[in-house]
Design a protein around this ligand. Structure first.
Ligand SMILES: *Cc1c(COP(=O)(O)O)cnc(C)c1O
Length: 376
């Protein structure tokens, strides 16, 4: 059996190595390392894949979120409503811009921000809602967009974990996550579903003016070369990453199918086990399984994590400390937020290996070890 890993980007690379290597060589021979045709082509292809009018590449997913908040004109003292049950980047950039994160509770089934909790968190200072499509399952975007419209709020989707996820509205309209809010943000961190061989990120919008502003801010606030209209930053996707991503994008749907197939195997293997809740799949959602995360009931979670490690099975806790309890947010009154569902989930989740290269022999081994611990 191949050794088990949380992700296996190496085997994935070797399957498309000739194509990737040729694309990288081409960039090196052209010596066009920043910007240029390769980056523009990738942005066009990714916009097309998403059915989005504009795709603006940038240096990473964290920058994408920051630039989105800057482009929407959010000011120090404004409030944004976000989940606490997320990767820190979602909320850190708000704090960096002196915008106050207001942590809202998540739905215990989807792990995504709860629309009712959003409505309760709205104040006159609220400017935006930042749903996170956690683990690859979309937040309840139909309700979130309705709340945003009613209260004149912006929506920035953190789509770092859900690229390629289809979300179906009640009228049958299907959209990719990341193209539903005013701006969608994603990451090409190597372990993400569309991973580069380094850092990368992108922003999506259908709004021409907003697209121009995002582009300008990502490029030192420059409207034309050496004319700087607003304070921006330096956030670029480099051409080598774009060349690699352009090739991997052609395989993205195949990668998603492989993840969904692996998730299906786990679902069947754990079905009916009273100690485990397998990931919820809402009917309006095509879960892309960035993570396969179990919810444990009456199980020593940290004991299971250690047992699995001793048996050669990696597992991860995403995330052991929710954002509102991070020291970083002490100054923002983070621990004043009462988020019992978030706390409850934080103590009970465990993520098993899931990636495009898992085979059934490996999965059966993982399942057997999990069940062995539960039956001890
Ligand atoms: C990975 C991730 C980010 C940040 O992306 P980077 O490219 O690492 O900066 C933001 N939000 C979520 C939910 C993520 O998973």
């Amino acid at each position: 059996m191949k050794p088990l890993q949380m992700v296996d980007t190496k085997t994935q690379y070797f399957k498309i190595k000739p194509e990737v290597d040729a694309a990288v060589m081409e960039v090196m021979e052209s010596s066009m390392f920043i910007g240029g045709k390769v980056v523009n082509d990738f942005a066009d292809n990714l916009a097309k894949y998403h059915g989005s009018k504009h795709c603006i590449p940038c240096a990473n997913g964290t920058d994408a979120l920051q630039i989105a908040m800057m482009a929407l004109g959010l000011q120090p003292g404004d409030e944004v409503i976000t989940p606490s049950f997320t990767y820190i980047a979602t909320v850190e950039v708000a704090a960096l811009l002196h915008i106050k994160p207001i942590f809202a509770e998540v739905n215990p089934q989807t792990f995504c921000i709860d629309p009712e909790a959003i409505e309760k968190a709205i104040t006159p200072k609220t400017k935006a809602i930042i749903p996170v499509h956690l683990y690859g399952h979309a937040a309840d975007m139909e309700k979130i967009m309705a709340i945003a419209a009613k209260h004149h709020l912006f929506v920035i989707e953190d789509n770092a974990q859900a690229i390629g996820c289809d979300y179906t509205f009640s009228d049958g309209m299907v959209k990719k996550t990341g193209t539903i809010g005013h701006i969608g943000c994603t990451s090409f961190y190597p372990s993400k579903n569309l991973g580069a061989f380094g850092d990368g990120g992108a922003m999506f919008t259908d709004d021409d003016e907003l697209a121009a502003r995002l582009r300008m801010i990502a490029s030192h606030g420059q409207s034309k070369r050496y004319y700087h209209d607003v304070v921006g930053c330096n956030s670029r996707l480099d051409a080598i990453q774009a060349a690699i991503l352009n090739i991997k994008l052609k395989h993205l749907d195949e990668y998603i199918s492989a993840r969904r197939k692996a998730a299906g195997f786990y679902d069947r293997a754990f079905a009916g086990n009273k100690s485990i809740t397998v990931p919820f799949r809402d009917g309006n959602n095509k879960h892309v399984f960035h993570q396969y995360t179990l919810l444990l009931h009456g199980v020593d979670r940290d004991g299971l994590h250690k047992f699995l490690a001793d048996e050669g099975v990696p597992s991860m806790i995403y995330y052991p400390v929710p954002a509102h309890r991070q020291k970083m947010f002490d100054a923002f009154g983070g621990s004043d937020f009462q988020l019992p569902v978030t706390d409850w989930l934080t103590e009970r989740v465990i993520s098993l290996p899931i990636h495009t290269e898992l085979d059934e022999e490996q999965q059966q081994f993982i399942v057997d070890k999990v069940l062995a611990f539960l039956n001890k």
